[in-house]
Structures are given as C-alpha cells and as structure tokens.
Design a protein around this ligand. Sequence first.
Ligand SMILES: [Cu+2]
Length: 259
Amino acid sequence: MFKMTGKFKYRTLMLMAALGLSATWQSALAHTRLKTPIIQENAANHGSDYNAVVVAHGCHNPVTGNSDANTIGTVVVFPDGKDSIITVDGQPHSGALTDFVTNWGNPVTKIQDKSIFPEEDYIKDSLGNKLGFWTGGGSGLKGGFRAVVPFTTAGVVIEPASCAKSVTFVLGIVDICEITDASKFNDETVQMWTPAVGSIYDGPGLHGFDSPATLKVNRSIAALPASCGAGVDVVVKPSANQLNRDLRINFDGKQIWPQ
Ligand SMILES: [Cu+2]
C-alpha cells in the first residue's frame, strides 16, 4: 500500500464516508474461483462452455501484510472420474461416475492466452485425455491485479435414467508464488484451492484450506424420472491419488513444480 499524507488521507476518508464505503482498503474475501461456476447440462452449441479461472489475489506478502505478492503460475485439474470421490446428497456413492454422467473423460480445453503467463500446457492422463492445464512464467500476475485464465469445458450429459438434478465437479487449483517442494507450502509460497482429500495439496490452516473452486452442472435435458421425487445433488471430487499425480507442472519433460 502506498503512503498517504495526512491531508490526503483525511480527504479520502471523508470521501469514503460520503460514499458509504468502509475504510477497508483491500478485501481478502475473494478467492480463486471459476468465472461461471454454474452451467446447464450440455449448454452450448458444439458441446463446450466458455469459462475461466479467476485468480482473485496473490499470496500473502509479509511486507505489506496483504495478499498482494506476485503470482508466477497456476495449475488446474478436474476430477478424472475414474477413482474420484462421489457423494449423493452428501452420502458416499460406491458406484461409478457413469451412474450419473454419460460422457466425462476429456473435460477441458485451454483457450490459448499468453497475456499474463507466457507458458501453458495440458495435464493429461495416460490415454491423452485433457484433465487440466498449467500456465506460468514471465513476470506473472502483479499483486493487486486479477487474472482471468480462459478455458472451455466439454458439454456434460447427465445420465437420463439417473436421479441427479445436478452434478458438481470439484477442482484442484494451486496459484504459485514461489517454486518450492511440498514441505514449503505456506501462504507466502502458494494459494491452494483444493478439496481436503488427503493429498500433499491439502494445506491445513492455510488461507484456502478445503475451499476449492467448483463447476456445478444443472440437469436441463431429460426430465427427472417420476420415481426420483425431487432428485439428488451429486458431487465429484478428485482423489488424493489423482491430485498427487496430476497437480504439478511438467516442462520440457521435467517436473518443475513442486520441487
Ligand atoms: Cu482469498
């Protein structure tokens, strides 16, 4: 934050009082989220929905005391739908994701954009399915600014015979401010937006602990079967296994984060 002279500060406070603003300069309430967190089932033509990760603030800066340290990259993964953690109205579901979604597998396409970070690439499974992406490098995202990192999601089709009235996909995202190994994850080196599922990216006690971004897909094609009543809400989280495997940056064939 810049220093203010007494007179300027007094005038500013008077102006803020007049406008009904509080004297809080920076709200730390915004977190890293999707720009459009709720979509319709298979909503868009050609089966994709334009969306973005919004990086709302940087890491904790010990000099300013604010969340305004520069961000040098971000890593984003969706649940793979294979060993994912599925709940139905909050209760564990032991069956497969195909009980509720017919076409999950290759969920995300990055929209090429080097406006903030000059490097970007996919995170794929062994079959080549695009489960996520990372982007980073350069001078990165300056503290005090936000980043909109664009991508599209494939159209999601809810199993017509199921009782799902919505399916919410929980993402794992880490905004990186310093390259470290997992033992040095703290509010100054990373902002982790991950579900607490027991991975190395849980970050208990850190700013974003168990506060992940989500993409909720509302049923909008086939009507609920009459026997379903009001229907159920399904939530799909990535497993600890998947996060430990996929939430990382490989560059030129070498893992560069975490390290
Ligand atoms: Cu926050």
